[in-house]
Write a protein that binds this ligand. Structure first.
Ligand code: GLA
Length: 402
């Protein structure tokens, strides 16, 4: 009744319209942040290969290589500078890059001119993990600076804020967790205040079950573990420990088991295929961590396997999970659009071994069509179950549909 009366009054109607427009606009701003990272972010990050040595020239070279290699067109669009770009603050407290990065705005313009986006790194603490200047006490100022430079992605790494948490909480664990969440929320608000869409990547190593509260503090992705390394033991411990986290991922909000090591040279091609397959089943961010200007054909074929990338980037945004583990032999499944499924058979043993999957265990009542995503081969119709000999530390990955 009231609604009826309001709708007849031009004055009230205009108030309502103005109010409604304002609401829509404010929701539009929020919606903008929700539409960020509607599929898991893809790109490159400097840390795994360059660590503390990264320079502006390296970032430009890797941006060039993203385009020349075809990776940009395969979906890798973020060029993320990790730790060690930070210089000093000026008298007004504005952060400046150090001498390795003479002009951040010019670098952003260059990256944007290539159809790519630029990411940067900071910490809620006074210092970053490598001991450079963090954002503590300068959150809004830093967010404004990033927006002014044209930054599109921020990785926000807990680092020295751990010390601040310990000191200020008097050792109370619950207080520490509350401080940590507040620190991420503070930067989230600062980023929103800039009105620039900036992907917000939480990095606090999975503490306090971040997947349960990451979206509430604006995280588009959150690290679920400590750091990956370029060896099978560390990569596989991280990747396979993601079992059970699938329900926490959704478009705009992803579990992040850390970056790719593919092409860094210390794993076999089968081991790198395992990382690419597992990360895609997990709907994980695909952030290459190698020197893209020096990739061999095998590295390119792994990073640019379009069938596997399509699993990671599937529009439903459903993270896959473990179906079974029989000793070191694991079957994982990710639901895809069109009632299809990606199924991966992982062999964690150091000898080749046949692994089978029952179609009904991955949700098919009858027969299914199959495609081998590493062989790039249609396998025709599969009945009842599928078996393949999987190489040591390797994977066989299928797409199945009816
Ligand atoms: C932490 C992060 C890494 C990297 C380094 C940089 O260890 O987990 O991913 O960003 O800091 O110092």
């Amino acid at each position: 009744m009231r609604l009826h009366r309001y709708s007849r009054s031009p004055l009230n109607f205009s108030i309502l319209t103005t109010f409604g427009m304002a609401l829509l606009l404010s929701q539009g701003c929020r919606a903008q942040s929700r539409s960020l990272a509607s599929t898991p972010p893809m790109g490159w990050n400097s840390w795994n290969h360059y660590a503390t040595n990264v320079t502006e020239a390296d970032v430009r070279a890797n941006a060039d290589a993203l385009v020349a290699s075809g990776m940009r067109d395969a979906g890798y669009i973020y060029v993320n500078i990790d730790d060690t770009w930070e210089g000093k603050r000026d008298a007004q407290g504005n952060i400046h890059p150090n001498s390795k990065f003479p002009d951040m705005k010019a670098l952003a313009d260059y990256v944007h001119s290539k159809g790519l986006k630029l990411g940067i790194y900071s910490s809620p603490g006074p210092k970053t993990c490598a001991g450079y200047e963090g954002s503590y006490g300068h959150e809004q100022q830093d967010a404004n600076t990033y927006a002014k430079w044209g930054i599109d992605y921020l990785k926000y790494d807990l680092c020295s804020f751990r010390g601040t948490m310990q000191e200020e909480s008097g050792g109370d664990q619950q207080k520490q967790w509350a401080m940590m969440r507040q620190a991420y929320e503070k930067m989230h608000q600062a980023l929103l205040n800039t009105h620039r869409p900036i992907v917000f990547s939480l990095c606090q190593y999975g503490w306090d079950a971040v997947w349960q509260w990451g979206p509430k503090v604006g995280g588009n992705l959150w690290r679920t573990t400590g750091d990956v390394k370029d060896n099978y033991d560390r990569m596989s411990v991280i990747g396979f420990s993601q079992a059970g986290l699938s329900k926490y991922a959704a478009p705009g909000h992803w579990n992040d088991p850390d970056m790719l090591e593919i092409g860094n040279g210390k794993m076999t091609a089968d081991e790198y295929r395992t990382q690419m397959s597992l990360w895609s089943i997990l709907a994980a961010p695909l952030l290459a961590g190698n020197d893209l200007s020096k990739m061999d054909a095998t590295t390119k074929s792994i990073l640019m396997n379009k069938d596997v990338i399509a699993v990671d980037q599937d529009r439903l945004g459903i993270q896959g999970d473990r179906v079974s583990a029989t000793g070191p032999f694991e079957v994982w499944m990710k639901p895809l659009a069109g009632d299809a499924k990606a199924v991966a058979l992982f062999n964690r043993a150091n000898f080749p071994y046949p692994i089978s999957v029952q179609l009904k265990s991955v949700g098919f009542a009858g027969d299914a069509h199959a495609r081998d995503l590493w062989e790039h081969k249609d396998l025709g119709t599969v009945q009842g179950s599928y078996s393949a000999t999987v190489p040591a530390h390797g994977v066989v990955m299928l797409k199945l549909w009816q």
